[in-house]
Design a protein around this ligand. Structure first.
Ligand SMILES: *Cc1c(COP(=O)(O)O)cnc(C)c1O
Length: 222
């Protein structure tokens, strides 16, 4: 993909969001797995301020090269034993789905006196092979995180199953939004991270205020 094409794609995604998001409350996070630091920095130079890496290794490889004006999030699943590589590099972790992971993040962050923003990942499609907390267990899991000192639970994230229709996507997004409203109704700046290239417009319609878009900007990954 040429830089010119990346720019056109980025602007198109921004326009799509803006059309649905009259109040300007939806944030675009650019999902940058497999992309070069150069292309990522190009988008940051155009104004992109939220970058999401999927894998710990890519955070480590690109971290020193990335333009610091953008906030870096970890959006992919995270193993407990890899927290040590990223706790000092990312501003938010979207994939908290176990107490032991939350405790490890807190333990590492305590050493640098940092409170990590985290999202609870919801397995909205109840897929066995996927991470995330089952929808019916999210409330209890959220409660169990309350006394962990160096994390701040800011909201929810979901990766919906791959769907063929808007209606199917809406089922998963609406379910997640319902849980979000129940748990975070008193927090003005709570984060609901859902929707990817195929589905971000549906996610916004369902109430997402952060969408994670990769291939619609960079083209299909090899
Ligand atoms: C890759 C990825 C995305 C974006 O997917 P696209 O289909 O490329 O837009 C969003 N969320 C997560 C967790 C991802 O790994």
């Amino acid at each position: 993909m040429t830089k010119e094409q990346i720019k056109l794609n980025y602007e198109k995604v921004l326009r799509g969001i803006k059309e649905l998001d009259k109040e300007g409350k939806v944030k675009l996070l650019i999902a940058t797995k497999t992309q070069s630091a150069e292309d990522i920095n190009y988008l940051i130079s155009l104004g992109a301020d939220l970058i999401g890496e999927n894998r710990v290794n890519e955070v480590r490889e690109k971290y020193e090269l990335l333009d610091r004006r953008a906030s870096l999030h970890l959006i992919g699943s995270l193993q407990r034993n890899k927290v040590k590589y990223i706790y000092d590099k990312v501003d938010m972790i979207h994939s908290v789905d176990s107490l032991s992971l939350a405790e490890e993040i807190s333990a590492k962050c305590s050493k640098i006196n940092k409170v990590m923003d985290v999202l609870i990942e919801v397995n909205s499609g109840k897929e066995e092979a996927k991470g995330g907390i089952m929808p019916e267990d999210v409330e209890e899991f959220y409660a169990s995180l309350q006394n962990i000192p160096f994390i701040h639970v800011r909201g929810l994230m979901t990766m919906a199953p791959r769907c063929n229709t808007k209606e199917e996507y809406m089922k998963y997004f609406t379910l997640t939004k319902k849980i979000f409203d129940k748990l975070f109704k008193d927090e003005d700046d709570a984060v609901l991270s859902m929707g990817m290239s195929e589905s971000y417009l549906y996610a916004i319609e369902a109430g997402a205020n952060m969408v994670r878009v990769g291939s619609a900007i960079f083209g299909e990954r090899n």
